[in-house]
Design a protein around this ligand. Structure first.
Ligand code: ARG
Length: 557
């Protein structure tokens, strides 16, 4: 729509501005009372050395096309009122035709690798990992909608000196049965014990170093233990992923790169980038601390494994982009990583992007511990689901498939709460708030969707493209917003910002509910089919928006 208008304006100004430039300049007036689209004439005023008012007035006299109803010039702006019937016809028939492909980019754009979630073996799945999981998954969905193939990688923290400690801790205090019953809790317990004991008995640290060395050298006993820790931890993580409905293409964690690091380190050496510093090797950086590549004892580090991972992904997937969805606090690490690759002379360093996010807070404080105990994500999800279940029992006790729907709503609430603010914001975690059916929540959007479904059960929307009659002033903002969907999707990808879609869904739900309060959708008059078509389109776009965020849309709730 904006394209059509931009094209007409570009023609009037004799292509002094291209249609693309004009489209960039188009604005949405603060209120629909003054127009649906506005074009500011200030840029042209500079070029032509004429007053913007004069240009706007001239343009208002000339501008017309198929979808324009009326044009006014006000203070250097050209305010355009669209032909509501024609635009409604265009927008709704396009959605009816394309269905859930509305907004999908059909052009093959290439591949995006997304490194997200990536919890640490034998450690609890933290709130930070939840944020990474939810944001990363949404970005992967958004990438696919924008025409990319998305590769979802879980870069598990399954390697490093802490596994030497865990092996020693297990040898001293491990209880096989207890670990099998509750793996992460028990492994964490003995890991913590290791640290307290090591304060009294520093020899433990030596043993841990030796155990990790054995692991790195491929000692079969050490490897068997490590594999077991990894398997049982991953099983626990999988329960969470299943609940969240998230799948990965690869669980290639840090250990996967164990045999892929020498090559990178050798390349660093050959390119003269490796500098010795107290027996360790580093790469000097511009405007930040050096990046540590190998320790004094030759052991590799987190950064070394990330370096090897970047090369592996580049060769293996040949991606257009690699997103690292990891908290703010690792910004320096990624800056260093990217600069090392750049210094090695690889142009693809530009395709690597850290997608950082803020913290999850509870009552304004960091949420990693509660009464000294770690907040377990599984508990949080269970609480949200239980709350959803209670709501159903209260409001809709005869609902079928209560448990399934309670899960969709509870999980949806947690995910939506995470995605509705820009990711860099810290977010407050409050089950009551995120479950509020009237607030800016996932359940509110889900509820709006279910409400429309219940209308469409009573009277189906026409499957054929009908001639839409005017839907009236109240429906108009909805049509305009529906028209924006493809653009919002593109921006959400370009800015790696799923919150744009969450906000969009909230706005659409809000507008629809306002419309619904004022209109008898099922009234038996000539406009019924058009109103039903509008309902159908809104439901479709709400469902698609939620799906992109990783949230299901129950038809009843
Ligand atoms: N396991 C890490 C952590 O919990 C996150 C890994 C992020 N991805 C990466 N390629 N470094 O902090």
């Amino acid at each position: 729509m904006n394209k059509q208008i931009a094209e007409s304006i570009a023609a009037i100004v004799n292509r002094q501005l291209s249609a693309q430039d004009v489209e960039q300049l188009l604005e949405k007036p603060k209120s629909l009372d003054v127009g649906d689209v506005a074009f500011p004439c200030f840029v042209l005023a500079k070029i032509w050395k004429k007053s913007p008012q004069q240009i706007a007035a001239d343009m208002a006299g000339q501008l017309q096309n198929d979808i324009i109803h009326q044009v006014q010039s006000v203070g250097g702006y050209v305010n355009i009122f669209l032909d509501q019937a024609k635009v409604t016809q265009q927008v709704l028939s396009r959605i009816m035709l394309e269905q859930h492909n509305y907004g999908t980019n059909q052009t093959k754009m290439g591949t995006v690798v997304l490194d997200f979630s990536s919890p640490n073996i034998a450690k609890p799945f933290s709130m930070g990992h939840l944020r990474s999981t939810v944001i990363g998954n949404a970005l992967a969905n958004i990438a696919v909608k924008n025409g990319y193939q998305a590769i979802r990688i879980n870069h598990l923290g399954d390697w490093g000196t802490q596994f030497g400690k865990l092996i020693v801790a297990y040898q001293y205090w491990g209880d096989k049965q207890a670990i099998t019953a509750s793996p992460i809790e028990e492994l964490l317990k003995i890991y913590v014990k290791f640290h307290t004991e090591a304060e009294q008995d520093p020899a433990l640290n030596e043993k841990a170093r030796a155990a990790f060395k054995a692991l790195e050298d491929g000692d079969s006993d050490a490897l068997a233990l490590w594999q077991w820790f990894r398997d049982v931890s991953l099983d626990e993580f999988q329960t969470i992923y299943q609940l969240l409905g998230i799948n990965f293409d690869a669980f290639t964690g840090e250990a996967f790169y164990n045999d892929k690091m020498t090559q990178v380190v050798t390349e660093l050496q050959n390119k003269g980038l490796l500098v010795e510093s107290d027996g360790a090797y580093v790469v000097e950086m511009e405007e930040m601390p050096p990046c540590l590549i190998t320790k004094t004892d030759g052991a590799t580090l987190y950064a070394t494994r990330d370096l090897a991972a970047a090369f592996y992904r580049q060769q293996h997937y040949q991606p257009n982009k690699i997103f690292y969805v990891v908290g703010n606090e690792q910004s320096l690490h990624f800056k260093q990583l990217f600069q090392v690759i750049e210094k090695m002379g690889h142009a693809w360093a530009e395709d690597l992007q850290h997608v950082p996010f803020g913290m999850m807070l509870k009552d304004g404080k960091k949420m990693s511990t509660r009464k000294g105990k770690v907040v377990l994500l599984a508990d949080v999800l269970a609480e949200a689901i239980a709350t959803a279940k209670r709501n159903i029992e209260d409001k809709n006790p005869h609902l079928q498939q209560k448990d399934r729907i309670a899960q969709q709503v509870g999980v949806g609430a947690v995910i939506f709460n995470d995605l509705k603010y820009h990711r860099l914001n810290d977010i407050e975690f409050s089950i009551e708030q995120m479950m509020n059916f009237e607030g800016e929540t996932g359940p509110y959007v889900q509820y709006t969707y279910a409400r429309i479904c219940s209308i469409l059960v009573k009277a189906e929307a026409p499957s054929q493209i009908v001639k839409f009659l005017s839907l009236g002033q109240q429906a108009w903002p909805i049509v305009l917003l529906l028209e924006q969907f493809p653009k919002v999707l593109a921006t959400a990808f370009n800015q790696a910002d799923p919150s744009l879609i969450a906000k969009y869904a909230l706005q659409l739900a809000r507008l629809f509910n306002k419309y619904y309060a004022q209109q008898k959708i099922l009234a038996d008059d000539a406009n019924q089919a058009s109103r039903l078509a509008l309902c159908h389109c809104v439901a479709l776009v709400l469902k698609e928006s939620l799906a992109l965020l990783g949230i299901e849309s129950p038809e009843n709730m």
